[in-house]
Design a protein around this ligand. Structure first.
Ligand SMILES: Nc1ncnc2c1ncn2[C@@H]1O[C@H](COP(=O)(O)OP(=O)(O)OP(=O)(O)O)[C@@H](O)[C@H]1O
Ligand SMILES: [Mg+2]
Length: 227
């Protein structure tokens, strides 16, 4: 299989992962609240739009306008591309993962999207409890990832981590199904140094860097500093 790379659009990140995400791969973007998951994902979508790759941003908790405004703050004019039918930003309140999968399929086909963001997978799997059958849950998440693969989009699935927890996902299953994992950190009570950092926790078929890399949120978005 070819390893065509999709640039992330985050300055400093691509060189840590051999040029970008593998085309068609599914990446879990983990972090506690306010670590920059939504900004990172908007930046990924924006970079694609500027390169002629259409996108879909599906929000499950945040309303559509707040995603558009978040992008606008960094000068990323999502509305322009929505009007040109190259981008869909939508917020839905689904009743099942089936419904989410159907919506994703429809949206991605509608604009022939090459990049997709689900904000967030944690909300998508909210209907399940840890006590439910692990094989069934695992299969459902696998099928979601397979849906995205079949559509040949490169995807970011956002994973919200509760404060103080050392998990990568809500159920502890999601990380095994995805191709890559990037974790964003925010260090409280620090003085001087940049409080934000990221780690590439997994990137299948990629000889990736393993250090902790500080990053900043600038007026142009996220910028990874040299480690
Ligand atoms: N214009 C800006 N310049 C610098 N930093 C900013 C700017 N806008 C937001 N931030 C920082 O980014 C944080 C929010 O980032 P973002 O919305 O991507 O987080 P998140 O991980 O998606 O959070 P949540 O889990 O609550 O959705 C803010 O708390 C703030 O620290
Ligand atoms: Mg967010």
């Amino acid at each position: 299989m070819e390893k065509e790379r999709i640039e992330t659009g985050i300055p400093g990140l691509d060189k840590l992962i051999q040029g970008g995400f593998i085309k068609g791969s599914t990446i879990l973007l983990c972090g506690t609240t306010g670590t920059g998951k939504t900004i990172f994902s908007c930046q990924f979508i924006w970079h694609g739009l500027e390169k002629g790759e259409n996108g879909v941003y599906l929000a499950l908790e945040e309303d559509k306008e707040s995603i558009i405004k978040c992008a606008q703050d960094f000068g990323w004019d999502f509305k322009k591309y929505i009007n040109q039918k190259k981008l869909i930003v939508e917020s839905i309140f689904p009743s099942s993962l089936e419904e989410i999968k159907d919506t994703i399929r429809e949206f991605i086909r509608r604009v022939n999207a090459k990049r997709f963001v689900l904000d967030s997978l944690s909300v998508a799997t909210m209907g399940w409890k840890e006590s439910e059958s692990i094989p069934i849950i695992r299969r459902s998440i696998f099928e979601l990832a397979k849906t995205l693969k079949d559509l040949q989009v490169t995807s970011i699935l956002i994973s919200e981590i509760p404060e103080g927890e050392n998990k990568l996902s809500r159920l502890g299953i999601e990380e095994f199904v995805v191709d890559g994992i990037i974790r964003l950190h925010y260090l409280e009570f620090t003085t001087g140094d940049i409080p934000r950092s990221l780690i590439i926790r997994k990137m299948r078929r990629t000889d990736h860097e393993t250090d902790i890399f500080p990053f900043e949120i600038t007026e142009k978005g996220i910028v990874v500093k040299k480690g």
